[in-house]
Design a protein around this ligand. Structure first.
Ligand code: 2PG
Ligand code: MG
Length: 431
């Protein structure tokens, strides 16, 4: 089944910023769409998101050049190609772009096309996307990592930590993870409102706090868990995305909220203190993306009981992940389609992570769309974990809800192992 036409147009993401939607049409009239997300706390090694930069158009954020690239060069190169050869199509676009970070045509142009091709191929085969992407092997319903409070670049530095998330490690079913999260999310909002500490909703749907130091969110979190009737560390655990590259100036880490500068050693001590004091099962980007020694030391010290996730550290980039595995910098990789810019490279990054005995965490961006591609990606690859922001707002809920649909579609084949996913890394890590 061959590609007949490729079209692209500007749509808007969950922040109301322009992004692009690509539509691929096949010879028999079947279509598939790709909707491109966008980050705010982006890593320096990410593939290039092409924006027009014209201050008179959407304050520089329009994507008309990326759209023109899809409709022109990309469509010209791919018309007539088999829609089922995802790798060939992605490689062709990468070669056509010719830069190491997809900056000429734009990673957004390439990814939108790549996602649309995958969707069109699944539609042509009359399969769900997860069946098509996973060759029928996908069955593991992911454990959710769900944001309760937002901070950092997603809430104008209301806290220095970007994400305070909950993981329902004790849940026996996927439905139960959602119920527990619902209870804790709303209890946390209530606690914060009672104390006059809730300003609103941050970019990913979590509560936007009004705090004076970085310990306060932990206190609210622990109180919310207890009030919701759960045992911290047993039923649910805390997960953090520190997004530390955003705090680092090359020498020190800046805690804006407390007006403090910490040396790398002092910052290490802070991460250590939190992991010792609170029931933290997972921590993402605890150090800047250049600070390999600290990553390595931290993974050695905590990797046997804490999932150490590299997001800005790896940027879903195969070479960086390979290097990280060789140096044992972490034990988990955050997987974001638009960090690398094509579906087949994303699949490769997940396989590489799994082969090393590490855990992939499929993730949304802070600027999301109404699309649920990543739910299918997580289940197709048996990644086991999904991070989508909070338990509010439809661009988030669509992903949690899609997991329920896929689970129903899988029927008896659906598997949920919940917190046992961590046995894989916690039993093998060096203590
Ligand atoms: C992250 C993501 C999602 P952004 O850092 O993990 O929380 O944020 O999309 O802004 O990079
Ligand atoms: Mg992150």
């Amino acid at each position: 089944m061959n590609i007949k036409n490729i079209d692209a147009y500007q749509i808007y993401d969950s922040r109301g910023y322009p992004t692009l939607e690509v539509e691929v049409e096949l010879e028999d009239g079947t279509t598939g769409r790709g909707l491109v997300p966008s980050g705010a706390s982006t890593g320096q090694f990410e593939a290039w998101e092409l924006r027009d930069g014209d201050p008179t158009k959407f304050r520089g954020k329009s994507v008309f050049n990326a759209i023109a690239n899809v409709k022109g060069e990309i469509a010209g190169a791919l018309k007539g190609d088999s829609v089922f050869d995802q790798k060939n199509i992605d490689q062709k676009m990468i070669a056509l772009d010719g830069t190491p970070n997809k900056s000429r045509l734009g990673a957004n142009a390439i990814l939108g096309t790549s996602m649309a091709v995958a969707n069109a191929a699944a539609n042509a085969k009359n399969q769900k996307l997860y069946e098509y992407l996973g060759n029928g092997e996908g069955h593991l319903i992911p454990l959710n990592e769900i944001q309760i409070l937002g901070g950092g670049a997603h809430a104008d530095w209301a806290t220095d930590i970007q994400d305070f998330l909950v993981i329902a490690i004790g849940a026996k079913t996927y439905e139960e993870t959602l119920e527990m999260t619902h209870n804790i999310y709303h209890e946390a909002g209530k606690v914060m409102k009672e104390k006059g500490k809730c300003v609103g909703i941050a970019d990913e749907g979590g509560w936007w706090p009004d705090y004076t130091n970085n310990e306060e969110p932990f206190e609210v979190f622990m109180e919310a868990i207890q009030r919701a009737g759960y045992e911290a560390g047993n039923d649910v655990a805390i997960s953090l995305d520190i997004a530390a590259s955003d705090l680092f100036d090359g020498e020190n880490y800046h805690l804006r909220l407390e007006n403090k500068k910490l040396s790398p050693d002092e910052f290490y001590a802070l991460m250590k203190d939190w992991c010792e004091k609170y029931p933290i099962v997972s921590i993402e980007d605890p150090f800047a993306d250049t600070e390999f020694d600290y990553w390595q030391k931290f993974t050695q010290e905590f990797g046997h009981r804490v999932q150490v996730i590299g997001d800005d550290l790896f940027t879903t980039n195969i070479k960086r992940i390979e290097e990280g595995i060789a140096q044992q910098l972490a034990n988990s990789v955050l997987i974001k389609l638009n960090q690398i810019g094509s579906v087949s490279e994303t699949l490769e990054a997940i396989t590489l992570t799994q082969k090393a005995g590490w855990l992939p965490v499929v993730s949304a961006r802070s600027g999301e769309t109404e699309d649920a591609f990543i739910s299918h990606l997580a289940i197709a690859t048996n990644a086991g974990q999904l991070k989508v922001g909070s338990f509010a707002r439809s661009e988030r809920m669509v992903k949690w809800n899609e997991n329920l649909r896929i689970q129903r579609h899988l029927g008896d084949k659906a598997t949920f192992i919940g917190g046992k996913i961590y046995d894989q890394i916690f039993s093998t890590a060096s203590v």
